[in-house]
Design a protein around this ligand. Structure first.
Ligand SMILES: Nc1ncnc2c1ncn2[C@@H]1O[C@H](COP(=O)(O)OP(=O)(O)O)[C@@H](O)[C@H]1O
Ligand SMILES: [Mg+2]
Length: 561
């Protein structure tokens, strides 16, 4: 219980100031709901009194106009007042529920927006060290569970506690003994049940969180690997794992639902027995059903409100327990995302970089295997520098270091004596990422579209495969309507369009035939007259055209001076 409280406090601190205000508005609304609820319960007493002993009506000392005493008028009016109270009470309830649900889903969605901003601005190392499927599961499953199973129930719990407190206070004023025994039975029963079951709910919640990530993984991999699955007829690898995980998730979810609802029946039984005892004792002590009726009705009304209130409060707690794991997973990142402000690169102030210097640079992944040790090298912006070396020696990693996507362990990368050029160097990766949008939008990639420049980039990248739609042709589903070589050329056009003073090509022509590669080399050669170009390639065509060569294998055997 304590842990949940702490988590809720942290969650409250993480939401926006505006939403914090709404929490308090909601609490006021909840008190209002409880008061009207209570008025509804209270309204039944005069009604029952009028019904039970109309002849004693004047004894109550109320000022009753004469017309009310004619025929059944009084009865009808009291009934109407009772009805009005009940209707108001239920209307306020509906409104509060509406507000509460809007609020809790709203909080979850705002948290989600912020979390995505935070994740997508994290450095590459963050993403290399985290499981993308898990982050996707956070965004899709866990946030949803926090909104639906924690925020809304937490508020509902408070609203129920307020009305339980009010109703039981009134019952207490009228009959302390009955109030205490009623409360003792209900609190005791639910508390016991909660103590016994909360561990299971929490464990189920943990299982649901763990398995949801797996389920997303099976889905993504299954669809991404469809070609291999079809070739090797191994769909079962995914359909079986998916089915198994799905079954486990559905069981845990179902069990948590049962844990929430099962006590209801038990407590209803206890309460029914309690009502019977109360009814009998009233009848005996008050000398007959007629005298006891208003009070019995009052207590029946109180129980009618109290039992569901207890059940809902319990249900809220059980649901929170069942999804506590989701909040535990998210809360650190939610806190970080609250403090996070994405830094913007000031595009106006970008000076072209003349030299990129690696100075005594060390780098290893996770401090394990040392990829570079005391690496020194200077890249100049006149001409093409070829970066070569056997596969797996660290060429792509070095490109990432040069672009500032990774940071050296020690030593540094300097850009004309500046410490950073983050976002100022273009890249054509071996596997180009394409948007589901037009070719034009893929090339501009968020920059303003300048048709002339688009044509220039298309020409430079030897893009000769477009349909009659030209640059308006649609790139479908990450580029599945283009070949590997065509995707590479789209990637090149994009990098050229971005107007960075440096360009890195990481095996960017590996899928092209010799003719096309020659043409692109010629484009890049002319481009390199006023841009820095670093090319990673195994091809001899590039080697013969390169102005300088950095051979990583030599760097390994004899560190450069
Ligand atoms: N995210 C990573 N975590 C740990 N090791 C990595 C990671 N990325 C690459 N490596 C390792 O670093 C080495 C260099 O990788 P890479 O730079 O891609 O090589 P190249 O581009 O020269 O073929 C490889 O041995 C690879 O196993
Ligand atoms: Mg590579």
């Amino acid at each position: 219980m304590w842990k949940m409280n702490k988590l809720l406090v942290r969650l409250y601190q993480v939401i926006e100031a505006e939403q914090k205000k709404h929490v308090w508005i909601l609490l006021v609304l909840m008190v209002l709901t409880s008061v009207t609820e209570l008025a509804g319960i209270g309204a039944i007493v005069p009604l029952m009194m009028v019904a039970s002993y109309p002849e004693k009506i004047n004894d109550f000392g109320l000022l009753i106009p004469d017309w009310l005493l004619v025929g059944n008028n009084l009865l009808i009016v009291s009934g109407a007042i009772f009805l009005v109270f009940i209707v108001i009470s239920n209307l306020v309830q509906i409104f509060t529920q509406f507000f509460l649900n809007r609020f809790s889903q709203g909080v979850a969605s705002k948290l989600g927006n912020r979390l995505l901003v935070y994740y997508l601005h994290q450095p590459l190392v963050f993403h290399l060290n985290s499981d993308s499927k898990q982050l996707q599961s956070y965004m899709i499953n866990e946030l949803d569970r926090v909104g639906t199973n924690i925020i809304a129930p937490a508020l509902r719990f408070f609203s129920r506690v307020i009305s339980i407190a009010l109703v039981s206070a009134v019952v207490f004023v009228l009959s302390p003994i009955i109030a205490i025994s009623l409360m003792a039975v209900l609190v005791g029963a639910y508390w016991l049940i909660f103590r016994v079951l909360r561990g299971r709910a929490e464990n189920n919640g943990r299982e649901i969180s763990r398995l949801s990530t797996k389920r997303i993984q099976y889905l993504i991999e299954g669809f991404e690997g469809i070609r291999e699955l079809l070739i090797y007829q191994k769909q079962q690898l995914y359909t079986d794992s998916y089915a198994k995980t799905n079954l486990q998730i559905s069981r845990s979810q179902a069990d948590n639902l049962t844990l929430g609802f099962a006590p209801h029946y038990l407590v209803e039984l206890v309460a029914l027995v309690g009502m019977l005892v109360i009814t009998l004792s009233f009848m005996i002590s008050m000398g007959g059903i007629v005298n006891a009726l208003p009070w019995i009705a009052f207590y029946a009304m109180a129980a009618f409100r109290l039992i569901p209130a207890f059940q809902q409060a319990y249900l809220a707690l059980a649901s929170m327990r069942g999804s506590q794991a989701s909040l535990e997973l998210l809360i650190d990142d939610l806190e970080k995302s609250k403090l996070f402000r994405p830094g913007l690169i000031d595009e106006v102030d970008v000076n072209p970089i003349n030299v990129i210097q690696l100075k005594n640079m060390d780098f290893s992944f996770n401090g394990e295997f040392k990829l570079f040790s005391k690496l020194n090298y200077s890249f100049f912006n006149d001409g093409i520098t070829l970066l070569k070396g056997p596969s797996g020696l660290g060429k792509s990693t070095l490109a990432n270091l040069i672009m500032g996507l990774l940071k050296p362990d020690s030593g540094e990368v300097q850009y004309d004596q500046q410490p950073s050029a983050y976002g100022l160097i273009g890249l054509v990766p071996q596997h180009v990422f394409l948007l589901n949008a037009t070719v034009e939008k893929n090339i501009a990639f968020g920059k303003k579209i300048d048709p002339k420049r688009i044509s220039w980039a298309i020409k430079m990248a030897e893009i000769d495969f477009l349909s009659q739609d030209g640059a308006q042709q649609i790139v479908e589903d990450s580029g599945k309507n283009f070949s590997g070589g065509q995707r590479q050329r789209l990637g090149l056009a994009r990098a050229l369009y971005q107007e960075h003073s440096w360009l890195v090509l990481d095996e960017a022509t590996s899928a092209l035939d010799a003719d096309l590669e020659e043409k692109i080399i010629a484009s890049i050669q002319s481009y390199s007259k006023n841009h820095g170009v670093i090319v990673i390639s195994h091809s001899s065509a590039w080697e013969s055209k390169a102005d300088k060569i950095l051979d990583l294998q030599q760097q390994h055997s004899e560190p450069a001076s």
